[in-house]
Design a protein around this ligand. Structure first.
Ligand code: CDP
Ligand code: MG
Length: 150
């Protein structure tokens, strides 16, 4: 067991649908501690740095546009850092599988994610995949003095 921080983003579909409270409640129930939070307008450069590992994949262009809010005219994102024992793994379990149709029904993506009629995934939240990803992503989204020290 290691004490970790992880980055959670409520994506534009989650913001547009007013799911911020639901998402945060799930993390609170798991006893993870909120140590940073802010509403962010995602610029293209940040979108590209955040999803750099997916460059060249078939869904990349759509993902970069989607995370910037181009699809629904909703460009707010709620960026959150949670801290706790095994925070990355615990958060991924709360969030569920990438594809909402494969996500367990009690997870955030299982409850609220969807595939659009054109087959695109809208899965409401991002959660860092590994502790290494979490470290990199946190440094992209937050300055050190924006993060609560516990
Ligand atoms: O978000 P997660 O780590 O579960 O999945 P990923 O493989 O890192 O992919 C990042 C994001 O790309 C997903 O959350 C989806 O929004 C999107 N994606 C997609 O639209 N279609 C796919 N086949 C795979 C991912
Ligand atoms: Mg990922």
């Amino acid at each position: 067991m290691t004490n970790e921080q992880t980055l959670i983003l409520i994506k534009p579909d989650g913001m547009k649908r007013g799911l911020m409270g639901e998402v945060m409640m799930a993390f609170e129930s798991a006893k993870l501690k909120l140590v940073a939070a802010k509403v962010v307008k995602v610029e293209e450069s940040l979108a590209k740095r955040h999803y750099a590992m997916h460059e060249g994949k078939p869904f990349y262009e759509r993902l970069i546009n989607f995370i910037q809010g181009k699809k629904y005219g909703e460009n707010r994102i709620l960026a959150l850092i949670y801290e706790g024992e095994d925070a990355v793994k615990v958060s991924r379990a709360i969030v569920g599988a990438t594809d909402p149709e494969k996500a367990e029904p009690w997870t955030i993506r299982g409850k609220y994610g969807r595939r659009t009629t054109d087959g695109e995934i809208e899965n409401v939240v991002h959660a860092s995949g590994t502790p290494m990803e979490a470290k990199n992503e946190i440094s992209l989204w937050f300055k050190n003095d924006e993060i609560w020290k516990i």
